[in-house]
Each structure stands twice: as structure tokens, then as C-alpha cells.
Design a binder for this molecule. Structure first.
Ligand SMILES: Cc1cc2nc3c(=O)[nH]c(=O)nc-3n(C[C@H](O)[C@H](O)[C@H](O)COP(=O)(O)OP(=O)(O)OC[C@H]3O[C@@H](n4cnc5c(N)ncnc54)[C@H](O)[C@@H]3O)c2cc1C
Ligand code: SF4
Ligand code: SF4
Ligand code: SF4
Length: 385
């Protein structure tokens, strides 16, 4: 498969930043492009052509785990489930690690709503990782910190996208019994620059600061995924333009359209996602709209932990291929307006004062499509009269 250091094709780099950390001469810097994604740039004066960056790039993984099992699952604790994006599978795995006096890495927002990786050491702080932040997370120096904790013989759980987990394993290289990786099922990841401009546009429109964007609030149920925007004055609004553009594949990193981690074959100890299609997969399980997870246990280490936490979960083994056929199992295709949209982002035509308008112009919302279809039906009836 293609390697970024040979092709310089953006599809071949998922942005994990591992190469910049391992370069023996510090010749690689991760630089933001005009779309808001980061790529390695080599300082030719410092490079000694050792090829390490090319050899160890983790974007073309070779051996997936083969003894995996897939479960329909959810956490029995209703509060945990309510605060989680799906059936709340992250929390019990993380709790197991915290109870072992370990460290948990996950994704949270900072005060400016920049999604980034951080670590916590107590149960209370796990809350900030719960819920999906639909934007590429900034890893900062988390790989280096994970290694430091492992060398101190601590348990470490690292959660993130499959490519971020693979990047970590490639960085660490050595097998550590106490390193546990848990990847989300991930169909794509949007540009942080677009997310920032979206947040600013909301603030300009309302003339107040956005405090939180809850993508997977369950206020209206698990299936209704309209994001809730929370402002500094505690008012809330439902706003769908960014999420709609995301699920229609307009905002993604180029590597997500050629993702090397997207099949039912997995690489981390656990994979967690939404169990879509439950009515077709197993109609004996009641979908009460509070969230059902897809849990894949992929390794021996994963199974050992699974045995210790399974009393806290509802679980039923199911068919891997069937479950993945209702979820992300092959590459997503870019929305037909992706290039025009990002051209506008790059040259500044699309900016913080108008990005919502452009997202709605380029990707029609489901409500808009519904209204158009209704008008067509009415027109047809009138013509047929
Ligand atoms: C960009 C993105 C795309 C996704 N695509 C799919 C999909 O196609 N199909 C599917 O079934 N599920 C997808 N998911 C996963 C799903 O939304 C839930 O995150 C997952 O089911 C876990 O939910 P939970 O209830 O078990 O845990 P929660 O308690 O909600 O745990 C959230 C976990 O997600 C991690 N996380 C949150 N935001 C990010 C982020 N930006 N990057 C990396 N990790 C993050 C946290 O660190 C934590 O480990 C996606 C998530 C993201 C962030
Ligand atoms: S995928 Fe990671 S290691 Fe490979 S080129 Fe991109 S940033 Fe570097
Ligand atoms: S070839 Fe070696 S020295 Fe040059 S950028 Fe890659 S890792 Fe660094
Ligand atoms: S779709 Fe693939 S390349 Fe994109 S963030 Fe997810 S795992 Fe990484």
C-alpha cells in the first residue's frame, strides 16, 4: 500500500504524528494545511535519510486480530448510559483501569472547545471523555506520556480513533501487558478548522459564547442525533448544519476516504461503536432508544478484562460480519461538494461569518429534502387532477 513519504498524497497520511516523534534528528514538524489538517513536513537540512519515518509509519497495518468476538451490549448503569454516546461501553473499561490505579487517556474539549487528548486518574473525571466529539482530536504529547506511565509500570488505557491507537502502538513498539487500547468505530473525522469556524459563526449569530456542543445528547433519544448547542448564559439550541455536513462526508480528512482501518477486522484490544440495525440483527432485544453498543473484544488481553467487567454489562454475542454490514465496514465516499467547500475554506471565501450558510447550501438538511419531496408530491397530485 502507498506510503506518504513516497507519494506525498494526503490520502496516505492519517495525521497521527508518530513520525515526528521518532525522527532521530527532529527533522519532522507537523504543519497545518489550508483545510485545517496536520501533515509531516521534513526539514531537508536536518534529514539524514535513515528512512525510519517511512518504515514505521503505521498507516498500513498488516496483521489484524483474528480471534475477535462481537457483542450486542450496554452498560447496566442507566446514568452511565445516559451520559454516553451509545450504550456506554467506554466507562466500565475505563473504570477497571482506574480501579487498578491506572491512567485513562481520552478526548475532551478545552475551554475554547478544542477537542484534544488528555489523561485522568479518577472516576469523576472520566465524565469529560464520555460523549462523541465529532472532530479530529489534537493528540498533543499523549503518546510520550503513555510511554512514560508504562515505564513506571502503571496500567494505561488509551482511547481514540483506530488510526490514533495504531499510531500509539507503532510509537511504543514494545509489548506492554499493562497497555490497553480501545478504539471507536470511526467512519471519518472532520477538520478542526471547520469546527472552529462553525463555533465562531454560532457565536457571531447569537452574540454570546458557546460553552458546549453535545453531539450525542440523549435528550431526544439515541436515534435522534440532533446536536445541542449550549451557550454561556445556559440557553440551548438544536443546530444540525455541521453534523449534517459531517454525516454526509463533506468535512473529512482525505485519509478517511481511503481508511486502512475500516473493515470488521480490528487492531486494538477493544472496539466500540453504535449497534445500528438491532431490529434486523436480533429482534429479541428491545430498543428503548437509550443506546445499544457494538462491542468487539479482539485480543486475549481484551478477553481477560471483559471477564472481569461483564457483570456490569448486558451482553449477547452476535455475528461480526452481519453487525458490521449495518455499520462502517468500507470507505466512505467524499460528498460531491467537498472540494468546492474546502476551496472556499482555503481561500477564505467561507469563514466564521458564513460557514453555516455554506454547509446548508452544499448539503441540504433532511428537513429541506422532506419539504422538497412534499412539494413534489403536492404538485404531482395537482397535475394529475
Ligand atoms: C469522529 C467519530 C466518528 C465515529 N463514527 C462512528 C461510526 O461510523 N459508527 C459507529 O458505530 N460509531 C462511530 N463513532 C463512535 C460512537 O460515536 C461512540 O463514540 C462509541 O460508540 C462509544 O460510545 P460509548 O457509549 O461506548 O462511550 P462514550 O462514553 O460516549 O465514550 C466516548 C469515547 O469516545 C472517545 N472519543 C470522543 N470523541 C473522540 C474523538 N473526536 N476522537 C477519538 N475518540 C473520541 C472518548 O475518548 C471515549 O473513549 C464515531 C465517533 C467519533 C468521535
Ligand atoms: S500516518 Fe502518522 S506516521 Fe505516517 S506519515 Fe502520517 S503522521 Fe507520519
Ligand atoms: S528519513 Fe530519518 S532523519 Fe529523515 S525525516 Fe525521516 S526519520 Fe527523520
Ligand atoms: S476514518 Fe480512518 S483515517 Fe479517518 S480518523 Fe477514522 S480511523 Fe482514522
Amino acid at each position: 500500500m502507498n506510503n506518504y513519504f513516497k507519494t506525498y498524497d494526503k490520502k496516505d497520511c492519517n495525521g497521527c504524528g508518530m513520525c515526528a516523534l521518532i525522527c532521530p534528528k527532529g527533522a519532522i514538524t507537523m504543519m497545518e494545511d489550508s483545510e485545517g489538517f496536520f501533515y509531516p513536513v521534513i526539514d531537508k537540512k536536518k534529514c539524514i535519510h535513515c528512512n525510519l519515518c517511512e518504515k514505521r509509519c503505521p498507516n498500513n497495518p498488516s496483521k489484524p486480530n483474528t480471534n475477535q468476538k462481537t457483542y450486542i451490549s450496554y452498560c447496566k448503569d442507566d446514568n452511565v448510559k445516559a451520559n454516553s454516546a451509545s450504550g456506554g461501553m467506554f466507562y466500565p473499561i475505563a473504570k477497571y483501569v482506574i480501579e487498578k490505579k491506572g491512567i485513562v487517556f481520552g478526548v475532551c474539549y478545552d475551554d475554547n472547545l478544542v477537542a484534544h487528548h488528555e489523561y485522568v486518574t479518577n472516576l469523576e473525571d472520566l465524565k469529560k471523555f464520555q460523549g462523541s466529539k465529532y472532530v479530529r482530536s489534537d493528540l498533543r504529547d499523549s503518546y510520550v506520556k503513555v510511554e512514560k506511565f508504562l515505564k513506571q509500570d502503571k496500567y494505561v488505557l488509551f482511547t481514540g480513533t483506530p488510526c490514533q491507537c495504531q499510531g500509539l502502538r507503532a510509537f511504543i513498539k514494545k509489548e506492554y501487558d499493562k497497555l490497553i487500547t480501545c478504539e471507536i468505530i470511526c467512519h471519518a473525522n472532520p477538520s478542526p478548522k471547520v469546527f472552529y469556524l462553525y463555533k465562531k459563526n454560532l457565536e457571531i449569530k447569537k452574540n454570546k459564547r458557546v460553552k458546549n456542543i453535545a453531539f450525542r445528547s440523549k435528550e431526544n433519544g439515541w436515534h435522534n442525533q440532533t446536536p445541542i448547542i449550549e451557550y454561556e448564559d445556559y440557553t440551548k439550541e438544536k443546530e444540525n448544519s455541521y453534523f449534517n455536513a459531517f454525516v454526509n462526508e463533506m468535512l473529512n480528512r482525505p485519509s478517511c476516504y481511503d481508511c486502512r482501518f475500516c473493515s470488521s477486522k480490528r487492531y486494538s484490544d477493544f472496539s466500540i461503536g453504535d449497534l445500528w440495525g438491532i431490529d434486523k440483527i436480533d429482534s429479541s432485544i428491545k430498543d428503548d432508544d437509550t443506546g445499544i453498543s457494538l462491542l468487539n473484544v479482539n485480543t486475549e488481553k481484551g478477553f481477560e478484562i471483559f471477564e472481569k467487567i461483564k457483570d456490569e454489562l448486558f451482553i449477547k454475542e452476535t455475528n461480526t460480519e452481519e453487525v458490521f454490514s449495518y455499520n462502517h465496514h468500507c470507505n466512505v465516499q467524499p460528498h460531491k461538494n467537498r472540494d468546492d467547500f474546502f476551496k472556499g475554506i482555503s481561500d477564505g471565501t467561507i469563514n466564521e461569518s458564513n460557514i453555516i450558510k455554506y454547509m446548508n447550501k452544499y448539503v441540504k438538511s433532511p428537513l429541506y429534502k422532506k419539504a422538497i419531496n412534499k412539494c413534489k408530491r403536492i404538485a404531482k397530485k395537482i397535475i394529475n387532477k
